[in-house]
Design a protein around this ligand. Structure first.
Ligand SMILES: *[C@@H]1O[C@H](CO)[C@@H](O)[C@H](O)[C@H]1NC(C)=O
Ligand SMILES: *[C@@H]1O[C@H](CO)[C@@H](O)[C@H](O)[C@H]1NC(C)=O
Length: 399
């Protein structure tokens, strides 16, 4: 084959490749998404990155993190980097003195834990978003640079978030913040960390109680990977495939990636199927007309050492006992129609409500996991923008 032949062959092969890829992307776009062209572009990028990541992993490399974008400018905020008992944080303080939410001269405060599956993300990457939330809610927001898995597995990321939150509760006055008006919030893995910190601080009676928890498409359990939303995610997803979510859980737990297959058919919790833990992740809570399963008290509630944190509520908050849920602060939960984690959020909201907690469940049927990252120019989706505004409004009104 001459040079011309090779070039022609390569061109045709790439054209076919692109056509197949495009057809695949269109056919797997979830029904119900709005602005399909933009979602198509996002999904194209994500699939390409997944593919490169997969090749990278097959070649035996570990986690590679991309360099974060530069810091946004925040004309109406005073932004300072600090260390809270050894944990790096960035504090965003609205300059406008007369905010609707200031009590006397004191302001409300919010701890912010970024998403990224406990593995990715940083305070730089969520800088724009946190700035907008501080500005719109009028609260002093503390964004936490918790250490990441797999280098730092559970409980390190959780403990970093807890340490920073305790520090802020103790030193609120130094930031002009009323310590009785501090909440915790986060997206995805950050929602997991916020829920875990709220559960842990409930047991702390020397500090003022948290004012609220705001959980944006949170990851709350690693017990059942066959909830309806996980099952639907095998066919329809934009940013987060079920295997990617299980991989994130495993990196946070023990970094033994050979567990993915076992997780995907729930082999890791087969022995606990009649335990009380199974009744905490019950489809009954999704509003389906199935009665809540009754656990068999004789069933063992143990897992092997390398898996046992799956039952730890600071690792998976849905594993908390009903008694641990009651008395939690006011709660805001965001769920998206296209998200393997949708049912985690709905079940937690339902269980909290049954435990007597004030809960608002905000549903975005046309949204997908991660959509709140697309909330501002130059590239945004209406549903992402709306979600961020609704969150800021809730924070402004409830902190
Ligand atoms: C948010 O920023 C706008 C300008 O972009 C400013 O007018 C407003 O006062 C700020 N809000 C708060 C609560 O700081
Ligand atoms: C990883 O998990 C597999 C499956 O449970 C197990 O056989 C193997 O021993 C584990 N590897 C390590 C290093 O723990």
């Amino acid at each position: 084959m001459g040079v011309v032949g090779v070039v022609t062959w390569l061109t045709s092969a790439s054209a076919v490749g692109v056509a197949v890829f495009t057809a695949y992307l269109y056919s797997s776009l979830p029904p119900g998404v709005t602005e399909p062209r933009k979602v198509f572009i996002i999904k194209g990028f994500v699939r390409t990155f997944y593919f490169l990541g997969w090749v990278h992993q097959k070649m035996g490399f570990g986690v590679r993190r991309l360099r974060p974008p530069r810091r946004a400018s925040h004309p109406n905020l005073e932004v300072t980097d600090a260390s809270f008992d050894g944990v790096r944080v960035r504090v965003y303080k609205p300059r406008a003195q007369k905010t609707a939410t200031s009590t006397g001269s004191k302001m409300a405060g919010l701890m912010w834990f970024h998403g990224g599956g406990w593995v990715l993300g940083s305070i730089d990457e969520c800088d724009g978003q946190v700035g907008r939330i501080a500005n719109r809610s009028g609260a002093v927001v503390v964004s936490v640079e918790y250490r990441l898995a797999p280098e730092h597995k559970f409980p390190v990321p959780f403990e970093d978030c807890l340490t920073a939150t305790q520090h802020f509760l103790q030193h609120a006055a130094e930031f002009g913040v009323d310590p009785t008006r501090i909440g915790v919030a986060g997206t995805s893995a950050g929602g997991n960390l916020a829920a875990a910190v709220a559960l842990r601080l409930k047991k702390e009676d020397t500090l003022p109680p948290l004012k609220l928890q705001a959980l944006v498409y949170p990851a709350l359990q690693a017990f059942d990977f066959q909830t309806p939303s996980y099952t639907r995610g095998r066919r329809y997803f934009v940013l987060l495939h079920p295997n990617a979510m299980m991989t994130f859980w495993i990196r946070y737990l023990n970094n033994n990636l050979s567990l993915v297959d076992m997780f995907s058919n729930n082999g890791h919790t087969t022995a606990l199927r009649k335990s009380r833990f199974a009744s905490y992740v019950d489809q009954h809570f999704l509003g389906h007309s199935v009665p809540r399963s009754t656990p068999n008290e004789d069933v063992s509630v143990d897992l092997p050492d390398d898996l046992k944190d799956i039952l730890n509520p600071y690792f998976s908050p849905l594993m908390a006992e009903d008694a641990d849920l009651s008395g939690l602060p006011d709660t805001y939960v965001t769920v998206c129609g296209t998200d393997v984690l949708r049912d985690d959020g709905i079940m937690y909201a339902k269980r909290l409500e049954m435990a007597g907690v004030q809960v608002r469940l905000a549903r975005y049927p046309s949204g997908f996991h991660g959509v709140m990252s697309f909330a501002s120019k130059p590239f945004y989706l209406e549903v992402g923008k709306q979600m961020e505004q609704d969150l800021a409004t809730y924070l402004r009104d409830h902190l």
